[in-house]
Design a protein around this ligand. Structure first.
Ligand code: NI
Length: 389
């Protein structure tokens, strides 16, 4: 894996940082130790400015280039939060925080951006300003939105945003750079089905919410199959089903369903929401029940890469690996970096994690071999997008 020589020199240090962060995972808006770890190093590197407590537990740092005449400011973002998952890797640096785990590789993302910060603060071979954004609460906590609400763009004058996620299944250290949609929009919902509970042996005396809810689950699948244009992508999944009884002979009064919607195109999302209302209420009514839908806060839009920014990202990827970025299809997981890309143009890229367990799996682990590669990409982005004359 070719990387800038300087990064190869401190690969061991990067691995040490990553494993330290991995050992101490913190979930949404609790990233106090992680933020302190990050801020301490950013200060030691000699960044021009280090702001802590931005969007609660976020950290933002500024590094000015040798020249700043271009007037351009790039925002590089890494996410810092872990997940409420019990780690099952058995690693000697596995999570010490029960029920919490870096199962999405944000420990690696944070480390790669820290590595780039160390190099950029030392070399400053670019014409412009780099803003390093260490974001809290990516996993459903609205961290990106809060950073934007607290004035991330205006406070630091950011013109373009760039970020990176590791991706299992792509060869380790290879980049995937897509123009346009990369990751889908996501919205969580719950459906409450109310009927009339009763004796399991006398269903005619009840309004059976289990039957109504089961038919709602089936009918919801008709939306993607029959309403969404087959050339567009969409998903509706029911992931949770719970009734107010937990026994074998009582028909429940209430059943709750939980699920998620995924789509790339906002018009498709609007159509899905409209059809959900009709399918859910009418299916419930057909069985004599009543159903209501609640949409959870914290949904995010699709992650859409700007065509020109994707071009700049690909230039940096080629410079680091000496190879063309790999070609992949867009994916259905969502990412709140989408909110930053709605505020300003930019690009989110994937870096291959090799044949690891999947993201959000208790056996997943970030591949330390790619740390210098990812750090090189951020550094090269600065040096190629804002090259010195
Ligand atoms: Ni993630």
């Amino acid at each position: 894996m070719p990387v800038q020589n300087r990064f190869a020199e401190f690969a061991d240090e990067l691995t040490e940082w990553r494993r330290d962060i991995h050992r101490h995972p913190e979930i949404r808006f609790e990233e106090n130790r992680t933020a302190a770890f990050v801020a301490e190093r950013l200060q030691a590197f000699g960044c021009d400015e280090v702001v802590t407590g931005f969007a609660k537990t976020g950290v933002v740092a500024v590094i000015k280039g040798r020249e700043t005449g271009s007037g351009r400011t790039l925002g590089f973002r890494a996410d810092m939060d872990a997940l409420p998952i019990t780690e099952a890797t058995g690693l000697d640096y596995a999570s010490e925080n029960a029920g919490k785990m870096h199962a999405c590789g944000h420990d690696g993302h944070t480390t790669m951006l820290l590595g780039a910060a160390k190099y950029l603060a030392e070399t400053r071979n670019f014409d412009g300003t780099i803003v390093l954004i260490f974001q809290p609460a990516e996993e459903g906590g609205g961290g990106a939105r809060l950073m934007l609400e607290e004035g991330l763009v205006d406070t630091f004058g950011i013109d373009e945003f760039y970020g990176m996620h590791n991706w299992p299944g792509i060869e380790a250290g290879q980049f995937a750079v897509l123009e346009g949609p990369l990751m889908s929009a996501a919205g969580g919902f719950s459906i409450t089905v109310k009927g009339k509970g009763g004796h399991g042996a006398m269903p005619h005396m009840s309004v059976d919410t289990s039957l109504a809810a089961s038919n709602i689950v089936l009918a919801l699948q008709s939306i993607v199959a029959r309403n969404v244009n087959p050339l567009r992508s969409a998903v509706i999944s029911i992931c949770g089903m719970r009734s107010d009884t937990d026994t074998y002979n009582v028909i429940p009064d209430t059943v709750e369903l939980k699920g998620t919607l995924r789509f790339f195109d906002k018009d498709v999302g609007k159509l899905m929401l409209e059809r959900m209302e009709a399918v859910v209420s009418n299916t419930a009514a057909a069985y004599g029940a009543v159903a209501t839908i609640d949409h959870l806060d914290g949904g995010v839009g699709p992650t859409v890469n700007d065509v020109q920014a994707a071009g700049h990202a690909a230039v940096a990827a080629r410079a680091v690996t000496g190879q063309e970025p790999v070609v992949i299809d867009p994916v259905m997981p969502a990412e709140d970096f989408s909110e930053m890309l709605e505020a300003k143009p930019g690009c989110y890229v994937f870096i291959g994690n090799g044949p690891s367990a999947d993201l959000h799996n208790p056996h997943y682990n970030f591949n330390d071999e790619i740390l210098p590669v990812g750090a090189s990409w951020f550094a090269t982005m600065a040096e190629t997008r804002m090259s010195l004359k």
